[in-house]
Design a protein around this ligand. Structure first.
Ligand SMILES: [Zn+2]
Ligand SMILES: [Zn+2]
Length: 449
C-alpha cells in the first residue's frame, strides 16, 4: 500500500479526535507542492538527474557545484528560506566539474552572464553573490588565466520550494501546539488522580483504605515493571514505539486481572480511579501513535522531495526545523516522568525505604549527617566493629551519630504506611538482640529437664 493511503487509513481508523485529524501532516497537499517544485526546476533545466550528477561531486569540497540550504534562522521570518546556489565558471557557464545537459549549461551560462552584468539581480543575496575564488569582482578585467579560475556564486530563485517548507513548518508548529495542549490536559489529570488516590487511601481512614493502599502498591509495582512507554533498563533504554507500548500495556492489564487486584480495591473511589488510570494510559498511547505516524509522514514526504529533486533536504530539514515536541518525541517521556512523580509516588513503595545494608525496611531510621538513612540495628553493629565511614558515601559520620539522628518523622511515616513490614522488622531486631545476649535458641518448645 502506498504511504499516502496508509496514512489516510491510520488517521481514519485509529479513533483519533477530529481535531487531531485536521491538524495531521497535509501529505497530499505537500505531494502536489513537490510536483510544482519539480516543474519549476525542470523549466530551469534542473531535472533530478542533473542535480544528482552535481550532488555526486559534493563530496569533494573543492568541487562543490551547488548548495541547497534551508535557512531557518532568518530573524524577520517565522518561515524557511531555502536557497539554491550554484558555483559557476564564469567563462563557460559550466557548474564546477560536472557534466551537464546542454540545456542546463545554457541556463547556467545565461544566469552567469546576467550576474556578470547586473549583480543587483541577486543583490538581496549580495553577501552570497561574490565570486568564490579570487580575483574578486574582476570578471570584466581579468586576464584569460584568471578568468578560467574565477568562479561565481549564483542564487537560483525558486518559488515553490519555499511554499513547500512553509506548509510543512506551519503544520509541524500546529502539531507541536496540539501536543502541548494534550500534554498539559493529561498532565493535570495525572496530578488530580494522584491527589484523589492519596486522599482515598490515607491509612488513618480505616481498614478499607489500608487494604486499597496495599493493592495500589501492587498495581503500581506491576505498572513500573511493565515499563510501558519508557524503559530505564540498560538493555532497552529509551522511549518505546507504540507497538511495543501496546504489548506492554496488555501485559500489565493481564497481570492485574490474573492477580485479581481489581477485586482487591474495596473503595468505590479506588475502582473508579483505576478505570481513569487505564483511560489515561490509552490516551497517552493515542498521543504516541499520532506523533509516530505524523513523524513518519514528515520523513516520507522529505524523502519524496529528495527523490524527485535530488536536493538532499531530508538531512537538513529535521535539524533546521523548529519543533519541541513532534520531532523531539519527548511527550511520552515527559508524561511518564510526571506519572511517576505525581501519581505513582503517592503510594509509597517499600523499595524506597529499605536499609541499604540489610535490605529490610529501615526501622528505626537513623539519618546520618551525610543524609543517608540506615536502620538503627545495622549502625549499632557497625559502630561496635569500629567502622566509622558511611557505606554509601564514605563520609566519617558513624561515630558522630547520636540520639538526635533518629528520624522520628520517617519512623511515624513508616509505621503508618508499612505497618506489617515495621512489625516484622521490630520482631527481627528483638530476636537478634536476644541471640546476642542469650546465645542461639530454637523456637521449638522448651523441654524441662
Ligand atoms: Zn539495616
Ligand atoms: Zn552517607
Amino acid at each position: 500500500m502506498k504511504f499516502a493511503q496508509e496514512f489516510r487509513k491510520s488517521l481514519q481508523h485509529e479513533g483519533f479526535p477530529p481535531k487531531w485529524v485536521d491538524s495531521a501532516v497535509p501529505y497530499g497537499q505537500l505531494k502536489k507542492c513537490i510536483k510544482k517544485v519539480t516543474n519549476e526546476l525542470q523549466e530551469l533545466g534542473l531535472d533530478k538527474d542533473t542535480l544528482a550528477q552535481l550532488t555526486a561531486k559534493q563530496k569533494d569540497p573543492s568541487a562543490v557545484a551547488f548548495h541547497y540550504h534551508l535557512d531557518g534562522k532568518a530573524a524577520d521570518s517565522k518561515h524557511f528560506r531555502p536557497r539554491l546556489t550554484f558555483f559557476i565558471h564564469l567563462k563557460d557557464g559550466v557548474a564546477i566539474d560536472a557534466k551537464l545537459t546542454p540545456s542546463t549549461r545554457d541556463f547556467l551560462k545565461k544566469i552567469a552572464s546576467e550576474a556578470k552584468g547586473t549583480q543587483d539581480t541577486f543583490a538581496n543575496e549580495s553577501d552570497h553573490a561574490k565570486p568564490v575564488s579570487e580575483p574578486c569582482n574582476s570578471a570584466h578585467t581579468a586576464s584569460t588565466e584568471e578568468e578560467l579560475l574565477s568562479v561565481r556564486q549564483v542564487e537560483v530563485p525558486l518559488v515553490f520550494d519555499g511554499e513547500f517548507f512553509d506548509i510543512l513548518q506551519t503544520d509541524v508548529s500546529n502539531l507541536d501546539a496540539l501536543q502541548e495542549e494534550e500534554q498539559s490536559k493529561l498532565g493535570k489529570e495525572i496530578t488530580r488522580l494522584g491527589q484523589e488516590i492519596d486522599q482515598a487511601t490515607k491509612p488513618s481512614k480505616g481498614r478499607k483504605a489500608r487494604g486499597d493502599l496495599e493493592t495500589w502498591r501492587n498495581i503500581f509495582e506491576l505498572y513500573l515493571d511493565a515499563r510501558i512507554f519508557f524503559s530505564t533498563r540498560e538493555n532497552d533504554h529509551g522511549a518505546r514505539t507504540s507497538t511495543q507500548a501496546v504489548e506492554q500495556l496488555r501485559w500489565f492489564q493481564d497481570q492485574v486481572l490474573s492477580r485479581k487486584l481489581i477485586h482487591g480495591l474495596k473503595l468505590e473511589n479506588s475502582r473508579k480511579a483505576y478505570t481513569r488510570f487505564l483511560n489515561m494510559n490509552a490516551l497517552l498511547l493515542q498521543i504516541l501513535k499520532f506523533q509516530e505516524i505524523n513523524n513518519l509522514a514528515v520523513t516520507k514526504i522529505l524523502k519524496k522531495f529528495d527523490k524527485r529533486t535530488s536536493l538532499g533536504v531530508s538531512r537538513e530539514f529535521p535539524v533546521t526545523i523548529r519543533s519541541n515536541r513532534l520531532l523531539a518525541g519527548s511527550v511520552a517521556k515527559d508524561l511518564c516522568a510526571q506519572m511517576s512523580n505525581d501519581l505513582i509516588s503517592v503510594v509509597p513503595q517499600l523499595d524506597d525505604y529499605l536499609c541499604p545494608i540489610c535490605f529490610v525496611v529501615a526501622y528505626w531510621p537513623v539519618r546520618l549527617e551525610c543524609q543517608h538513612v540506615f536502620c538503627s540495628r545495622c549502625l549499632v553493629k557497625m559502630s561496635r566493629k569500629g567502622e566509622r565511614f558511611c557505606p554509601l558515601c564514605r563520609a566519617d559520620v558513624i561515630m558522630r551519630a547520636g540520639i538526635e539522628n533518629f528520624d522520628t518523622d520517617r519512623a511515624a511515616f513508616l509505621r503508618e504506611y508499612f505497618p506489617k513490614e515495621v512489625k516484622e522488622k521490630i520482631r527481627a531486631n528483638e530476636r537478634e538482640r536476644n541471640t546476642e545476649i542469650f546465645g542461639p535458641y530454637s523456637d521449638s518448645s522448651c523441654s524441662v529437664m
